[in-house]
Write a protein that binds this ligand. Structure first.
Ligand code: GLA
Length: 422
């Protein structure tokens, strides 16, 4: 449940203000003082502009990993995180590209320590976050953590507001690689200004961190966050269902609809984030998991698995680790797909790939099976004759020279990759 907390004044610039700066000796002639003043101004400008950036180049393709929230909520522990990492190695998720293990809300103690530092919950994370990060790094993963730009996280634990620079140093001391920064209890704070403060704090702390803005699309972060973070949420929370709707949360079918039109804002190192995957969770049928995964790949979405990797079925493992789908998501051109046609039952989503290839996803959003009759010449983006690859079935289907028919079950997809012109 999201709540609105009281406004706390921001103190984001203290990390810069605290730096010692040397300038002219008092009592000298006025032009010396003037020069000294200019020197101070220039030094301050250099320092300030030196911090006003994100770490570039950390997310040239959409980040992939696992996050604890969708399955476990705040019911997490270091044992669960370690077991998850181990499972992702044995079930092939790590090898398929899932690198970041992100510990979402629930890891903190209820209060900061006497010095104002964040501390982990002593009962559930008794070894501490540095030790847990070391474990993840030792297993070849990157270490991600969650906090909130407000006074408290959504689970009521200490938020970062007013503590940005000290918290960034804490994360650096734990060797954190990824920060998901939430938006509960932000009062009347300005989103852009608040997230820029945390960006600058991370940069000042000196450890490269992927910065994941979780501001729910409230202030259209796609318009301002390219220079602030590597990914930004575009909507409220995803739910474990196809088309249900809650107060702040939506099934993936509705989240999908909200992505169309945002494609122009995404690209290497700055991605729209339609929220973490519900693939494999009990509220989705196998077809709905397959379609959800396919469409997130067409969207060049960050692929943050939200299932329990310790208990993954062979069918779900096959979806999450499908190399051809992941290659569409991770395509180096870095273009987000868009809706070419939104006809009920026959949605067509397309994504341009490197080397003049295309991914096309036919999505049956209706509650009954549909038969597609395809005349490729109607798809105006397809120039020339292309070889057709059925991405899920792993079969080649001839070329776009001939018309084509295919039945697509309810809530399922048919995904093809169109090769270069023949
Ligand atoms: C918000 C975020 C979720 C999750 C929870 C944790 O709702 O959008 O993804 O991080 O907070 O409390």
């Amino acid at each position: 449940m999201k709540s609105r907390g009281a406004l706390v004044p921001i103190s984001g610039l203290h990390g810069i203000g605290q730096r010692p700066v040397a300038f002219g000796t008092p009592g000298r002639a006025s032009h010396t003082a003037l020069k000294a003043g200019m020197g101070f101004f220039l030094l301050f400008f250099v320092c300030a502009s030196g911090y006003s950036q994100k770490f570039d180049g950390l997310a040239l393709t959409p980040p992939m990993g696992w996050n604890s929230w969708n399955t476990f909520g705040a019911n997490i522990s270091e044992g669960l995180i370690r077991e998850t990492a181990d499972a992702m190695i044995t079930n092939g998720m790590q090898e398929a590209g899932y690198r970041y293990i992100v510990i979402d809300d629930g890891w903190e103690a209820k209060e900061r320590d006497a010095q104002g530092n964040l501390v982990p919950d002593p009962a559930r994370f008794p070894s501490g976050m540095k030790a847990l990060g070391d474990y993840l790094h030792g297993k070849g993963f990157k270490f991600g953590i969650h906090n909130c730009a407000g006074t408290k996280t959504c689970a009521g634990l200490p938020g970062g507001r007013g503590h940005e620079f000290e918290d960034a140093r804490t994360y650096a001391s734990w060797a954190v690689d990824f920060l998901k920064y939430d938006w509960c209890n932000h009062g009347t704070a300005n989103g852009e200004e608040t997230y820029k403060t945390m960006r600058d704090a991370l940069y000042a702390a000196g450890r490269p961190v992927v910065f994941s803005l979780c501001e729910w699309g409230d202030t259209q972060p796609w318009l301002w966050a390219k220079e602030v973070g590597h990914l930004w949420r575009t909507t409220g929370d995803i739910m474990d269902c196809y088309d249900c709707q809650g107060v702040y949360a939506l099934g993936w079918k509705f989240i999908l609809q909200k992505q169309n039109g945002l494609e122009k804002y995404a690209g290497p190192d700055h991605w729209n984030d339609p929220d973490m995957l519900e693939v494999g969770n009990p509220g989705l049928s196998l077809a709905e998991s397959r379609a959800h995964f396919s469409l997130w790949c067409l969207l060049a979405a960050p692929l943050m698995a939200g299932n329990d990797p310790r208990a993954v079925s062979p069918e779900i493992r096959a979806i999450l680790t499908d190399r051809e789908l992941i290659a569409i998501d991770q395509d180096p051109l870095g273009k987000q797909g868009y809706a070419f046609m939104l006809h009920p039952g026959k949605q067509i989503w397309v994504k341009e790939l490197a080397n003049d290839e295309w991914a096309v996803c036919f999505f049956n959003d209706s509650d009954g099976a549909v038969k597609l009759r395809l005349d490729w010449s109607h798809l105006s983006f397809v120039k020339g004759t292309r070889r057709i690859r059925d991405v899920w079935e792993k079969t080649d289907l001839g070329t776009t020279g001939a018309n084509f028919e295919r039945a697509v079950p309810a809530h399922d997809v048919f995904v093809v990759r169109l090769g270069p012109s023949t």
